[in-house]
Ligand binder design. Structure first.
Ligand SMILES: [Zn+2]
Length: 381
């Protein structure tokens, strides 16, 4: 589901939503467009006496709605190709800085990355062309012609802006696909493409500050440019960090992290006792639960937290634990990166690590995060 905002419905199984921040930019764009119509086509007010001065606002609102429909079409371009090449798309959200399609996994080949990335700008180019055709075939200086003219420029600008070669912009993704193909290494490709994205972000910030200081009449444009630059820089920086994390995770097996020496308790013990004796005093994260000497499940602080504290004293571990048969089983030779994906997609807190029919141990989500944290600390020293 969408994190915050308004859910509009589904197109081709993809959730479409508006982030709350979108309303701000929608208002701003509508206002800017209406003002420019008022300035450049003052004769509309007398040409459409029924509408009077409200004609500028109506056409401005319509252009603005089609502007954001164009952004949506751009994201649909990415999404349709993603789905066609086997990558599920969860949602498309319009927000302050445009649109974002949430694709569930990373592309699995440079070619797949390339076609998904290029599909958005191509969709914008096609739309730009269609609006241009409408513009040259309609009566000059009418609302339809002005609207079509504006939208042909907007779509062309969307295509060009997105092709700037800095990750996470589409051009940066194309760059990553090419570098990935050349080096045969997605991590190295992502590092370089993200670095380019940070560079683009810094250039935008510098350009925005310069514009705002030297040309006070362009203060708003300068601030806006700087804000976009700041957003690009942050997104590129985060993707760089995530790539590093994935690279670390990909180089370890699940078996490397599996805890086989977990403390063990009997299933009839109460939660209160479990918390006091094992989780607090011994600092255990998860505890094996046994019944008549047989391993039946696992209990962690997360399981305990689901039970109201008032009844900890009378609740047995057996009724709060995650039963063995209900746990996700993962092969010890699987990579930690694959495990991380599976845990995130399935929303599970712990998995059972197996080799054939033998139980090797347990890996929890908290353990994975701790592992990444330790690596990050080692890296920074
Ligand atoms: Zn795009």
């Amino acid at each position: 589901m969408l994190q915050r905002g308004i859910y509009l419905g589904k197109i081709l199984g993809i959730e479409i939503g508006l982030d709350y921040s979108w309303f701000l930019i929608f208002g701003l764009v509508t206002w800017t467009l209406s003002s420019s119509y008022t300035e450049f086509y003052p004769h509309w007010a007398s040409q459409y006496p029924v509408w009077g001065n409200s004609v500028f606002w109506v056409v401005g609102l319509l252009t603005s709605l089609l502007f954001f429909s164009s952004v949506l079409a751009h994201e649909m371009g990415h999404s349709i190709v993603a789905i066609r090449t086997g990558l599920p798309v969860q949602s498309i959200t319009l927000f302050l800085f445009g649109g974002v399609a949430r694709i569930v996994r990373e592309p699995s080949s440079p070619m797949q990355e390339f076609v998904i990335a290029i599909a958005g700008p191509i969709a914008s180019l096609i739309l730009g062309l269609l609006f241009w055709l409408l513009s040259i075939t309609s009566v000059p200086d009418t609302p339809v012609q002005a609207l079509a003219d504006n939208l042909s420029y907007i779509n062309l600008a969307l295509a060009i802006f997105n092709m700037i070669p800095g990750f996470p912009l589409d051009g940066g993704r194309v760059l990553r696909a090419v570098l990935w193909k050349v080096f045969g290494d997605i991590y190295r490709a992502t590092r370089i493409a993200s670095l380019a994205g940070r560079g683009v972000g810094i250039l935008f910030i510098a350009g925005g500050v310069t514009l705002a200081l030297w040309y006070p009449e362009h203060l708003i444009n300068g601030l806006w440019l700087g804000l976009i630059g700041w957003f690009l820089h942050n997104t590129a920086f985060n993707s760089q960090r995530q790539t590093l994390q994935r690279q670390i995770l990909a180089s370890y097996r699940v078996g490397d992290l599996a805890h086989s020496d977990l403390p063990q308790i009997e299933s009839h013990i109460t939660l209160d006792e479990l918390v006091q004796e094992y989780l607090l005093k011994r600092g255990a994260h998860s505890v094996r639960v046994v019944q008549n000497g047989e391993f039946v499940g696992l209990i962690t602080m997360n399981d305990v937290k689901k039970i109201p504290r008032a009844i900890w004293e009378m609740t047995r571990v057996s009724s709060a634990m995650t039963a063995l048969h209900g746990m996700l089983k993962v092969d010890a030779d699987e990579s930690l990166a694959a495990l991380y994906d599976r845990m995130s997609v399935n929303g599970v807190g712990q998995v059972l690590v197996v080799r054939g029919s033998e139980i090797i141990g347990v890996v929890t989500h908290g353990q994975l995060l701790g592992f990444l944290r330790t690596h990050a600390e080692m890296g920074s020293k």
